[in-house]
Design a protein around this ligand. Structure first.
Ligand code: GLA
Length: 399
């Protein structure tokens, strides 16, 4: 059964009738530019074929009910209750199950935007039923959360006639994630999920939110990108992600700039003299990673995807040694892929688990898959889940 059919069926089971429509949004991988988004920097993600579908229908009352194929029971609240579900302090937990906080958080963030967006205030009087199905792997660093947010935001934007554009809807998803779920993430995942295009990456300036598509021409070049899901689960609402963010903010304060975006590679010697070693290495990762994104975009435009391998590897090394967000499984995946001829490889996403990507010759994909699997076996790790991804289109109405 397709994901779209699964959402439609769940909706019918829930309500006894057909939805008003089905909207979907994809997960993403990031080609390069990690942890740069919340530093006002540059990122280069693309949307993947795996999608989350939301079958949604307007109700005649003011209640909002969400169900998903990955949860036992639906969650139902009134629209008036939404603000009380999501505490505004970073440490407090939402009053609903985490999966439900994503779609309900999107509804809440759209309600808040309704103070200014024409139509929401009136439209938001209508409750909705939302049935969610997804084939985006969860906890793999492939932005299953941004996919839920993007599908829900696209649906409610239309059904509540909010009239927000894709960039604004990405902001709605991020607000849900930051304030309703409590994960202090940046804007990359939501932008990739909303604005992705087939066979292209999205070059995003996270300060201005200006987005350009950069063609990848993977098939013409005889290249493929493999995702290596290490099956080491990660969570960004706690721990390391938050700590890294705090180190970056400290580094920017010490350098006297609004964000690390404003520090250049030439400033690094001065930075080293001003801060402790750990903070300096965090800063060095962000500053060099921003430069690597710019270099990758230029290389793609001038020479094509075959030429970016070394930049991907340098990014991984910087995340492993300076930002310290890799884990043994990710390092093993990257090294094993490179050992058998991958052109480049790096962990992708927030780190502390999740997935790596490898840029490979199409014909070498089975060799790389076997080598990485064998390396995991030899190290006693859980078998990885390895699959190719093609850069794909962003959020859409499907039915
Ligand atoms: C997670 C976050 C993003 C970004 C990446 C790291 O995916 O959701 O905002 O910070 O980590 O690049």
């Amino acid at each position: 059964m397709t994901t779209q059919d699964a959402a439609a069926r769940l909706f019918h089971d829930l309500t006894g009738h057909a939805p008003d429509g089905i909207w979907s949004a994809p997960g993403r991988v990031n080609l390069i530019g990690e942890h740069t988004d919340y530093n006002d920097g540059f990122v280069l993600p693309f949307a993947i074929p795996h999608r989350t579908c939301a079958a949604v229908g307007i109700r005649s009352d003011d209640r909002i009910r969400v169900a998903s194929t990955f949860a036992d029971a639906p969650v139902e609240v009134s629209l008036d209750e939404l603000p009380s579900l999501f505490p505004t302090t970073a440490e407090a937990q939402p009053a609903v199950a985490e999966w439900a906080a994503y779609p309900l958080g999107v509804a809440w963030a759209l309600q808040l935007a309704g103070a200014t967006a024409h139509g929401v205030e009136h439209g938001a009087q209508h409750g909705v039923d939302i049935a969610i199905a997804s084939d985006v792997p969860v906890g793999a660093g492939l932005s299953s959360s941004a996919a839920i947010e993007g599908a829900t935001a696209s649906a409610l934007n239309e059904l509540w006639t909010a009239g927000l554009d894709r960039t604004a809807l990405a902001g709605i998803g991020r607000r849900a994630e930051n304030e309703a779920v409590g994960a202090p993430t940046g804007i990359m995942d939501q932008m990739a999920s909303m604005l992705g295009e087939a066979d292209a990456a999205l070059f995003l300036d996270c300060r201005s939110l200006e987005a350009q598509t950069v063609g990848l021409s993977m098939a013409e070049a005889g290249l493929a990108i493999l995702v290596i899901d290490t099956r080491v689960s990660h969570a960004h609402s706690t721990g390391g992600y938050r700590e890294r963010r705090a180190s970056c903010e400290l580094g920017a304060r010490i350098m006297g700039v609004p964000a690390l975006r404003d520090v250049s590679v030439d400033d690094l010697p001065r930075a080293q003299g001003l801060m402790d070693d750990v903070t300096f290495r965090r800063v060095r990762h962000i500053v060099t990673e921003n430069q690597r994104v710019l270099d990758t975009v230029q290389t793609l435009r001038e020479s094509g995807a075959r030429a970016i391998g070394d930049l991907l590897v340098a990014s991984h090394v910087s995340m492993r040694d300076d930002f310290e967000i890799s884990v043994a499984e990710l390092d093993t995946a990257v090294q094993a892929a490179l050992d058998v001829g991958a052109l480049g490889a790096r962990m992708t996403g927030g780190g502390f688990g999740g997935a790596a990507i490898a840029l490979v010759e199409q014909h070498a994909a089975p060799t790389v898959t076997d080598a990485v699997t064998a390396a995991f076996t030899a190290s006693g790790f859980t078998a990885p889940h390895i699959f190719p991804v093609t850069p794909s289109a962003g959020a859409a109405r499907d039915a």
